[in-house]
Design a binder for this molecule. Structure first.
Ligand SMILES: NC(=O)c1ccc[n+]([C@@H]2O[C@H](COP(=O)([O-])OP(=O)(O)OC[C@H]3O[C@@H](n4cnc5c(N)ncnc54)[C@H](OP(=O)(O)O)[C@@H]3O)[C@@H](O)[C@H]2O)c1
Length: 233
């Protein structure tokens, strides 16, 4: 089999977001066919819908039935990249249990549900495959997660999920990895931190390139890795 991405089917979650949009652009530029599960189409999508970019609306990735229904539409799944997620900064007394549940749901539950559905599809199609989760620096280094404990716990769970699943799938030819970015250079971060030194942040293209490598056939042996993407921070 050719080792390029040309014509390979890839799921990218969070495709309407900053990182997901950059990941879609990178895979599509390499000729992959990108399937995007979206709750709703953004008003100004960063991607251009066409034969290589196929959004499907009405998918809430924290709902198993939505996730399974979506993955059932994807033929010959090669890679599944899980960039859906979110962030909340709040000292613990200001974070309610609902806030904690929301962080676990938006980050961990969506990643678990997509890993599960991707493995089902890859096995059913008899495919070799790649799964890439998106953790975050505090998930690897929880001391950095002060005042964002719910977020940190949800990302640490993604680290554990990634490593455990990589072990579980050793005999399936499905390689499972994650990236752990520090602050990404996104429009939203720039708006919220107008005085920050953005040269220390990780460019979206750089993060997308790392994810692309882990999700491509060029990654022949790495599994269970959580790749720090810390820029100059
Ligand atoms: N930005 C950073 O500095 C940074 C740093 C480290 C890690 N990360 C992680 O990187 C990932 C992407 O970050 P980002 O900055 O690109 O975030 P973003 O722009 O807010 O995008 C998040 C995406 O996730 C989607 N999403 C969330 N919950 C969903 C659900 N239940 N079902 C379907 N889609 C859902 C959102 O869809 P909607 O449009 O429907 O809301 C959106 O497309 C996240 O996991 C984040 O924690 C980000």
């Amino acid at each position: 089999m050719a080792r390029s991405m040309e014509g390979r089917h890839v799921v990218v979650t969070g495709g309407s977001g900053a990182l997901g949009g950059a990941v879609v652009a990178r895979f599509a530029a390499a000729g992959a066919i990108c399937h995007l599960p979206l709750r709703r189409m953004p008003e100004q999508p960063a991607f251009e819908v066409g034969p290589n970019i196929l959004p499907i609306e009405g998918i809430d990735l924290s709902r198993q039935e939505d996730v399974d229904r979506f993955y059932d539409t994807v033929p010959d799944l090669w890679a599944s990249v899980h960039a859906a997620g979110g962030f909340q900064m709040a000292p613990i007394v200001d974070a309610s249990l609902d806030d904690f549940r929301r962080m676990m749901e938006i980050n961990t539950v969506t990643a678990f549900a997509c890993c599960r559905a991707a493995v089902r599809r890859m096995r059913a199609d008899g495919m070799e495959g790649r799964i890439v989760n998106v953790a975050a620096r505090p998930g690897l280094e929880p001391r950095r997660g002060a005042r964002a404990t719910a977020y940190t716990a949800s990302k640490a769970a993604i680290v554990a999920l990634t490593v455990a699943l990589a072990e579980e799938l050793k005999d399936d030819r499905i390689l499972v990895n994650a990236v752990a970015p520090s602050t990404l250079d996104t429009p939203s971060n720039s708006a919220q931190m107008p005085n920050a030194d953005t040269s220390k942040w990780v460019p979206l293209k750089a993060a997308a390139e790392a994810i692309f490598h882990l999700g491509s056939p060029a990654n022949m042996a790495s599994s269970g890795a959580v790749l720090p993407l810390y820029g100059r921070a």
